[in-house]
Design a protein around this ligand. Structure first.
Ligand code: GMT
Length: 380
């Protein structure tokens, strides 16, 4: 198939999923066209069967807000026509589904069919889509899509309930490439000394440091752990809460135990170095960062929110707590890190969960089948 993919190409789980999906589909022989405002950060530009089309947005002085959604719709239609795309797959509803809808209409005036699929990721529904000014247009984009997928059952149900959407929504969960995200002992032996001494436990957090991720809770939990045992923390990512996290770390006197690593491209090199991941988010529709860690044999201490329980089975392959309960999460981290046998068992189970349920090799065929269903339906 010839598939156009649109996403937010910068840091964030929806862009990661879209990019990894494109890479996996291209490896399976499909022709993939990324249509975005900059090259998705996990693409090297050298992958076979993948082309990248930048969306230029002209900044005429009259435009206080340059109309990106219109520029995107135009580029989608141009690429679809030039490369005879079979369909568009947009990630994150706002504004991508509405741009795709315009592109489909433009193509229809030329007698060509261009169905589009919208994948819902999270805050496009739970936060942004519920803003009164975005709600009607988001619902319209979802209703008009030829296919809609959600990354968890939670998000599917939440979309139906909050938006009053009655149409079918296919649940296609997030995935991870279990060959790329894995724990290679020689790699760990070589790299881990850069981040922790042999007697120190190594914790990790990975996010875009937005308030919903509760990075300050990560520091709070780590402060409790660092009081009890030699430990270090890798903070991977960047965003609005980073300087507040730095200040809190200084206040606790643990700044020298935290590696603020900023945005990193190859998180698969860093995650397997850790013993434990912290993901104390206010909300996660799925929790891709925890899945990536699990594939690397790193279990998570997380919050019991949104779609997280569809990934983490409390007490089996990770631990779940109420939002904000940093005392309980800190104590659980101390207990788990202090019990090598239990930690090892949880690490193995976490890896097995990733392999058995969320590997790319299982999830990508689900997308392919869904693409075919949508194509067949739109060809009538
Ligand atoms: O909705 C967002 O916060 C944006 C999105 C992103 O681009 O980071 O994150 C969501 O999509 C990820 C990939 O599908 C999920 O793993 C995250 O759980 C989800 N984030 C939230 O629901 C807060």
């Amino acid at each position: 198939m010839k598939i156009g993919i649109t996403c937010y190409p910068t840091y964030g789980g929806s862009g990661v999923v879209a990019t990894e999906l494109g890479i996996e589909l291209a490896a399976r022989g499909h022709e993939i066209h990324f249509i975005t405002y900059s090259q998705p950060f996990r693409l090297t530009g050298r992958e076979a069967n993948i082309r990248y089309h930048e969306v230029p947005v002209s900044n005429y002085p009259l435009f206080e807000y340059p109309p990106y959604d219109l520029a995107l719709a135009t580029r989608m239609a141009e690429v679809a026509e030039f490369y005879s795309l079979d369909l568009l797959h947009v990630h994150y509803a706002i504004p991508h589904s509405v741009s795709a809808l315009l592109a489909r209409q433009m193509m229809a005036t030329r007698g060509k069919s261009l169905p589009f699929i919208t994948t819902l990721h999270g805050t496009d529904i739970t936060l942004v889509g519920l803003d009164r000014s975005y709600l009607p247009i988001t619902r319209f984009g979802i209703d008009e899509s030829d296919g809609v997928t959600a990354i968890s059952s939670y998000l599917r149900d939440r979309t139906r309930e909050a938006f009053g959407v009655t149409r079918e929504i296919e649940v296609v969960r997030n995935f991870v490439n279990c060959d790329v995200y894995t724990r290679n002992p020689s790699h760990v032996e070589r790299m881990r000394p850069r981040y922790a001494k042999p007697d120190e436990k190594l914790l990790v957090h990975l996010s875009n440091f937005r308030p919903v991720k509760r990075v300050l809770d990560v520091v709070e939990i780590f402060a409790r752990v660092a009081r009890e045992m030699p430990a270090r923390l890798m903070l991977i990512g960047d965003g609005p809460e980073r300087s507040a996290a730095e200040h809190l770390a200084l206040r606790y006197g643990i700044a020298n135990r935290i590696h603020f690593l900023g945005k990193q491209d190859n998180v698969n090199d860093l995650l397997p170095l850790a013993d434990l991941m912290l993901m104390p988010s206010e909300m996660e529709s799925f929790g891709l960062a925890a899945l990536e860690a699990m594939a690397c044999r790193v279990p998570s201490i997380s919050t019991n929110v949104g779609g997280v329980p569809e990934l983490i089975d409390d007490g089996v392959n990770g631990l779940l707590f109420p939002v904000g309960d940093v005392d309980a999460m800190g104590q659980a981290a101390i207990d788990l890190l202090g019990d090598a046998q239990r930690l090892e068992q949880m690490a193995s189970t976490a890896r097995r969960t990733a392999q058995d349920h969320f590997c790319a090799s299982r999830i990508i065929p689900h997308y392919e089948t869904y693409y075919q269903t949508v194509l067949d339906r739109s060809r009538g």
